[in-house]
Design a protein. Structure first.
Length: 272
């Protein structure tokens, strides 16, 4: 299992290098404060990634038959170790740098998983992700392609305007005597929109000219929705439980209501 996880790590690092680092020069190791960027959407992404790696890695270690406590610790520590390698790569990249904020969020994600396993012996609050392609107007499509890529895989990874991160809470686990179905969750989501740069919608083009699109207002989004905890579905087949466990990295589409910093309330019949 250790060899399998190592192989997955190496493969993912190669893919990440192709999608993220290959177009930027390597420089001496340095730090970079990116906390103010992207309305903290990237920080939410670090929490989700570290949490899910902890959860899935722990499940793999449990499968080997080692003690549950050891599996939890191995899964959480390996998650932080994996994410630390990515941060070190950032530290040698001319485009980025080692981010203390990212590392804190990596630790937070693993901590959310580990603390629940030791405290409640179950995951009552899960960190989930959803994505739906964001439509850009023709006048900013080139900027979006430059920032977030053109392929689906790149966009899922990079396009913060299209991502939503969720805390999916299981009411039944907190109120066992209640009438909530064991599989029904309440999800609280966070997202942001119309970001065309890390800190502002102003950028310098390759020819040195400056484009100022401050007229496009960046805003935060807060959402409420229902979700399904697939790990609590009453299924007996082990293979199906494994499939549900993997799919649980994603929030299940459902109706939602949005409150945003533009002062608007938006209702979605189905939110993906």
């Amino acid at each position: 299992m250790g060899g399998l996880q190592s192989a997955i790590w190496v493969g993912s690092f190669i893919a990440l290098n192709h999608a993220w680092y290959q177009n930027y020069e390597k420089v001496d190791f340095h730090f970079f404060n990116d906390w103010p960027e992207w309305q903290q959407m990237d920080k939410a992404g670090h929490v989700w990634t570290s949490y899910q790696i902890s959860r899935l890695s722990t499940g793999m270690w449990r499968w080997t038959g080692i003690k549950n406590k050891n599996a939890i610790i191995l899964g959480s520590v390996s998650s932080i170790a994996y994410m630390s390698v990515i941060e070190i790569q950032d530290g040698f990249s001319d485009k980025w740098g080692f981010s203390t904020g990212d590392m804190l969020m990596n630790i937070a994600g693993a901590g959310i998983y580990l603390s629940q396993e030791f405290g409640w012996k179950e995951q009552r609050i899960q960190v989930k992700f959803s994505y739906y392609p964001f439509s850009y107007t023709p006048d900013i499509q080139a900027r979006a392609d430059d920032l977030f890529g053109k392929g689906a895989a790149e966009k899922i990874l990079k396009d913060y305007n299209a991502q939503t991160y969720w805390l999916s809470i299981n009411p039944r686990s907190f109120f066992p005597a209640g009438k909530f179905p064991a599989w029904l969750n309440l999800a609280v989501g966070y997202g942001a929109r119309t970001m065309l740069g890390g800190r502002e919608n102003v950028w310098t083009n390759e020819d040195g000219t400056v484009t100022d699109r401050s007229d496009i207002i960046r805003y935060r989004r807060f959402l409420l929705s229902a979700d399904v905890d697939l790990t609590r579905m009453p299924v007996k087949k082990k293979w199906l439980k494994s499939v549900f466990s993997v799919i649980s990295v994603l929030k299940i589409p459902a109706p939602a209501i949005e409150f945003n910093t533009q002062g608007k309330v938006v209702v979605y019949g189905m939110y993906f």
